[in-house]
Design a protein around this ligand. Structure first.
Ligand code: C5P
Length: 241
């Protein structure tokens, strides 16, 4: 089994409120996962220093800054420029505003940060999309936004695993990052469009974002290792690297 490749596919959402909790979690996960995702809860509380410190302590771990920026292009570009020196490898922006907004972000990132476009949140089901005023299906909306992301030069797309095969066909060559992953038997919480790790790999996800099933486990590194083994088995079954 190619555990190394499986590990690279696993991104853990470091959804904790403090610097110390983040450092402790990073310490227990280093060597067990490919990347850590720093989201709004931690970034709003602690700012870019926490990103820098994790980078310094664990240089081999990738850092994905999940700020889901959504503003006018000038403001988004400014935020991206500010994030460039943080040590993060990837940053998320919302894809719903069209190609020009995304292109402004990609230009501002230069070669220092990969821009990922969030298509439709995995907490949004068809009812939520309708309430938000969208008449298209979730899959159509994700596909349209993925096409914009590719045109703008984004490095990848964030969607649920239910849409990755569609994204791969309309916007090939992108990283396909999927949150909303739940190992069999774990609570879904507020997530709606979920899949297990092996189902997501079979569907074509390149990277899985997993938060609570690992962060709330009694032993985080063991929970991560179990998921890595499941990913590795699915890779093997589907003849993936
Ligand atoms: O705990 P859980 O596994 O649900 O965490 C998923 C993580 O992925 C959260 O940090 C959430 O903000 C993020 N995310 C998501 N859906 C998206 C984009 C990001 O759940 N479309």
């Amino acid at each position: 089994m190619d555990l190394e490749a499986a590990r690279e596919r696993l991104i853990v959402a470091l959804d904790v409120p403090s610097h110390q909790q983040a450092l402790d979690a990073a310490e227990s996960l280093a060597g067990h996962v490919g990347m850590l995702k720093i989201g709004l809860e931690l970034f709003v509380a602690e700012g870019p220093n926490v990103v820098r410190e994790i980078r310094e302590r664990h240089p081999t771990l990738g850092i994905f800054l999940d700020l889901k920026l959504h503003d006018i292009p000038n403001t988004m570009a400014g935020a991206i420029r500010s994030a460039r020196s943080s040590g993060a490898n990837l940053i998320t922006v919302h894809a719903g505003s069209g190609v020009d907004h995304l292109r402004a972000c990609v230009d501002a990132a230069e070669d220092e940060l990969g821009v990922l476009a969030v298509t439709v949140l995995t907490s949004q089901d068809a009812k939520a999309c309708k309430e938000a005023g969208h008449s298209r299906s979730t899959e159509e909306l994700v596909a349209m936004r993925a096409i914009c992301a590719r045109e703008a030069g984004c490095k990848g797309v964030v969607s649920s695993a239910h849409e990755v095969s569609k994204v791969a066909s309309v916007a090939p060559g992108l990283m396909l990052i999927t949150p909303g992953i739940r190992p069999a038997g774990s609570a879904t919480g507020d997530q709606r469009r979920v899949m297990t790790p092996s189902e997501a790999i079979a569907a074509g996800s390149s990277h899985l974002v997993i938060g609570r099933p690992i962060m709330r486990a009694a032993n985080r590194s063991e929970a991560a290792d179990a998921i890595v083994r499941e990913i590795a088995r699915a890779q093997e079954e589907h003849a993936l690297r």
